[in-house]
Structures are given as C-alpha cells and as structure tokens.
Design a protein around this ligand. Structure first.
Ligand SMILES: Nc1ncnc2c1ncn2[C@@H]1O[C@H](COP(=O)(O)OP(=O)(O)OP(=O)(O)O)[C@@H](O)[C@H]1O
Ligand SMILES: N[C@@H](CCO)C(=O)O
Length: 320
C-alpha cells in the first residue's frame, strides 16, 4: 500500500471544504502504487482520488502535469480531471506535501492482460501520442537516458540487491551511451504506462492515469516502456509474442512508426528495462521502514534486460 504520508482528519475536512465536492464520508489508503501517497476519498457528492506527491515528483512540475491532463482531456483521451477548488486551484498543500484531488475513473488495473487488452492499451497509447503531438509544454525526462548513470550512482549498493548487478549496470550504461539514438520523433510521452496505470473494463480502456513521469522523449521509448511492462511473464524471463504483437498492432492503428524507430526499439527497450531495474533497486534499498508500501522486485527487470540484449530481440516488436 503506498501511503508514505498521513492526513489528519481536520486537515482533510479543511481541504475538502475549499471545493464544491460535498463533505468527507471516508478516506482510505490505496493498496497499489509505490511512488505517491494515494487515497480513495468519498464525499457526499462522489468518489475522488487524493494524491500527495512524494520524492520523485517535484512540486514545480505539477502545473505541467495539470496542463497536460487538461490538454489530453480536451482531445478526448480518458484521463482524470484535476478538480479545481472554488478559486480555480488544482494544486494544494496537505501534511507538508503538494496534493491534488483528482477525478475517480472506473475500471480495473490489470495484472495479467490478455492479447485483446494489450491491443487496446497499444491503441490508447497511440491515440494519446496523437493527441499530445500539438501540446506546447515540455519537460526534461528526469528518469530518462541522460540521468540513468546518476540514478545508478545514487541507488546504493546494487550488489546487495542482486549479486553482480553493479557490473551489469555499468556495462549496460556504457552500451546505451554509445548507441542511444539522437534523432527520433519526440514529444511529451507518458514514460510509465504499465498495466497498473491503465484502467480497463473488459477490453475497453476507461482510464490512463499516473502521468507524473510524463516528459519529453522519443515516442518509441514510450512504446518500449509499455512493451517491457505488458508483454512479459511475472518473473520477466519470457516475452509473450501474442501479447507483444497485439500491443504493437494496437499502436500501429494510431501511429505508424518509422523504420528508424523500429530499428531502435530493442535498444530503447534495454534502456526502459534498465530504468525500472535501477529505480526498483534504489527503492529496495531506501524505502522507509514505516511506509505502507509493497516494494517492487527489481529482478524481473534484469530478466527483461537480458531478453532485450539477445540477438533476436527485434522479433519481439513485430506486429504480425
Ligand atoms: N483517477 C483515478 N481513478 C481511479 N483509480 C485511480 C485513479 N488514480 C489512481 N487510482 C488508483 O490508485 C492506484 C495508485 O495510483 P498511481 O498509479 O497513480 O500511484 P503511484 O504511486 O504513482 O503508482 P506507480 O507505482 O504506478 O508509479 C492505481 O493503481 C489505481 O488503482
Ligand atoms: N511503474 C514503476 C514504478 C514507477 O517508477 C515500476 O513498476 O517499477
């Protein structure tokens, strides 16, 4: 359960009183996620999500995320609205954290998506990419390629997490630095579109959520992140070709990747696997003992990295 910061009942009542959303009925910590503190807030007028932003989200970036969600909502993407208070403010302060009250969207976060659901997720990502293409905002990807070496250095004793991990990471960083593409189509991307950030009912996408890593990067990097998170077995050793091709087919319905992007996908996916391996390893070491959070295992992303390093990795990105 990701609750790092608690909210006193009086503070919650005072916060909710600033909005036209009724009065508090209940507020419960949400049993998913690792990044922010999230609560299911019920008021006399309905359900909302209360998010308190934690270590990886900087308060200065919140206006960018609010503008991005407004932009995507206007273009028909199923993203949650950031609720405004009576003064028109979306961003508040609670328990010494920046906080927002967010529209609750229906749907279920999947743990074992079917090929049909992968196809729907790919199409929803493609539609989101089309919608974001004329978004004027930009944000450096603080979790992107340029920052991985610093993230690795700040993670702590990687060998204590997985024996030999430091050497594997060092070698991979050198490889990625030497081969990372310079010039592929880029715009703001989600950069963390895992199954738990897509709400679905059956094969219908009802919500794309958790845009707090959204940043300017290659659109094909977003495809790589989603490939890495939707198409593998739980331990990360097997890529399910049925799910992978469905994801790529869904995306291709909305966006035609160039030959250069296709050629770059295995490398971009190595980068994506390394990004999540590193942040999970960091959190494995640094998660505060009192936090109500289930740490995520880094090892399945090392297994994915190994799979993407294999000579035949390009075949994992075929839509056929
Ligand atoms: N707008 C929403 N509508 C419905 N449920 C939501 C909404 N936002 C968040 N949730 C629920 O809260 C959970 C945690 O939210 P979120 O993914 O934003 O947290 P996080 O800590 O940032 O997670 P992550 O580890 O994926 O970065 C989601 O998996 C979902 O179940
Ligand atoms: N989606 C990420 C958490 C966000 O950094 C993970 O599963 O590791």
């Amino acid at each position: 359960m990701a609750v790092y910061t608690h909210v006193e009942p009086d503070d919650l009542a005072a916060l909710v009183a600033q909005y036209d959303i009724g009065t508090v009925v209940s507020c419960k910590g949400i049993a998913e996620g690792v990044e922010n503190s999230n609560f299911l807030l019920e008021t006399t007028r309905g359900r909302f999500i209360l998010t308190l932003y934690e270590k990886r989200v900087s308060e200065g970036d919140l206006p960018f995320f609010v503008e991005l969600l407004d932009h995507l909502a206007k273009r028909g993407c199923p993203v949650p609205a950031m609720i405004r208070d009576r003064e028109g403010r979306a961003i508040q302060q609670v328990s010494e954290r920046a906080a927002c009250i967010i529209q609750f969207l229906p749907g279920i976060s999947l743990t074992h998506p079917t090929p049909g659901q992968c196809q729907a997720a790919g199409a929803a990502m493609g539609a989101m990419h089309r919608a974001v293409a004329d978004f004027a905002g930009a944000r450096e990807n603080s979790m992107g390629h340029r920052h991985w070496r610093a993230i690795a250095q700040g993670a702590g004793d990687l060998d204590a997490v997985i024996p030999g991990l430091q050497a594997i990471v060092d070698e991979e960083l050198d490889h990625l630095d030497a081969h990372w593409p310079r010039d592929l189509p880029a715009h703001v991307v989600h950069a963390d579109l895992f199954p738990d950030n897509v709400l679905m009912l059956g094969e219908r996408v009802t919500g794309l959520i958790d845009f707090y890593f959204a940043a300017s990067d290659f659109r094909a990097y977003d495809v790589a992140v989603t490939h890495a998170s939707w198409t593998f077995s739980t331990d990360g050793s097997d890529c399910d070709i049925g799910r992978a091709s469905a994801l790529m087919r869904g995306y291709a319905r909305e966006v035609a990747l160039t030959d250069e992007e296709f050629a770059a996908l295995p490398l971009l996916a190595r980068g994506a696997a390394l990004r999540f391996l590193l942040t999970r390893a960091h959190d494995w070491i640094h998660t505060p003992p009192g936090a109500l959070v289930t740490r995520k295992d880094p090892a399945p992303f090392l297994a994915r990295l190994r799979r993407y390093q294999a000579a035949d990795a390009a075949a994992l990105f075929s839509a056929a």
